[in-house]
Design a protein around this ligand. Structure first.
Ligand code: 6GU
Length: 244
């Protein structure tokens, strides 16, 4: 997969050299390139923004600069490319977006700063046949799209085949197919700080362990994310689930 990130603070993305994403780049699974938006400016001051039409506070990023930058990183190939514009006014990014983006040929992240990017940029690339996603990572405001892009890149990268050492670890996780948060997990030592691990986990009784884990997942989800309980498909629940 090819990923291009365009930002006026490319150093913000330097952590992409580390950890799982860094290894995927070294192993050639991920061709990730970070670009400085100002490299596409032509004026002496390397201007990327201007005042908003209609008035108001702050500055808006110019569509002309973004246009030449995005055209170049797309390299003429709109097909198979997804343009992601991180913005607090976007649709909320979820595991479903991560799954869909993991099979894309190219992702381009356009990191806005200030009051955002001129709205014609998203419109233009949609008209040109690029799949455009305006995405928020949650209901709070960041100073720009860089950290949000890091979040989305990590969520997508770990789903690329061959990325995670043990693909089993992708199966039973929070926000997976079960629609539940993950159950609590424990390791050695079995007794710590006067706290014992739940006895059932030492029983070797796999069916009982499965049942215990599902109950804890349901309990935890009900307490922390009642919205996820409301969204559960009733047909997918068993009679033990409904007793909770
Ligand atoms: Cl994607 N951008 C900014 N600036 N703030 C955010 C966000 C994105 N998602 C949540 N807050």
């Amino acid at each position: 997969m090819r990923v291009d990130v365009v930002s006026i603070f490319p150093d913000y993305l330097s952590v992409l050299d580390l950890s799982l994403v860094g290894k995927a780049r070294q192993r050639g699974l991920l061709d990730l390139r970070v670009h400085d938006l100002r490299d596409w400016t032509t004026d002496r001051h390397r201007t990327v923004d201007d005042t908003p039409f209609g008035g108001g506070a702050g500055m808006v990023m110019r569509p002309d600069v973004w246009g030449v930058a995005i055209d170049e990183v797309l390299g003429g190939g709109a097909e198979g490319a997804h343009l992601i514009v991180p913005t607090p006014s976007g649709e909320v990014f979820t595991q479903r977006h991560a799954e869909a983006l993991a099979s894309a040929e190219q992702l381009v992240f356009a990191c806005g700063r200030y009051e955002g990017i001129d709205a014609r940029v998203a419109e233009h690339y949609r008209d040109a046949g690029v799949t455009v996603h305006e995405l928020s990572i949650g209901d709070y405001v960041l100073n720009g799209g860089e950290v949000a892009s890091l979040v989305m890149i990590e969520a997508v990268a770990r789903l690329i085949p061959g990325m995670v050492g043990n693909p089993e670890s992708l199966v039973e996780e929070s926000h997976g197919a079960a629609g539940l948060l993950e159950y609590p997990v424990y390791t050695k030592p079995p007794s710590w700080a006067d706290l014992e691990i739940p006895e059932v986990l030492l029983s070797g009784h796999h069916a009982k362990i499965e049942r215990w884990r599902r109950d804890r997942a349901l309990e935890r989800t009900a307490a922390r994310r009642p919205d996820m309980i409301a969204a559960l498909d009733v047909a997918g629940l068993d009679k033990h689930d409904l007793a909770l």
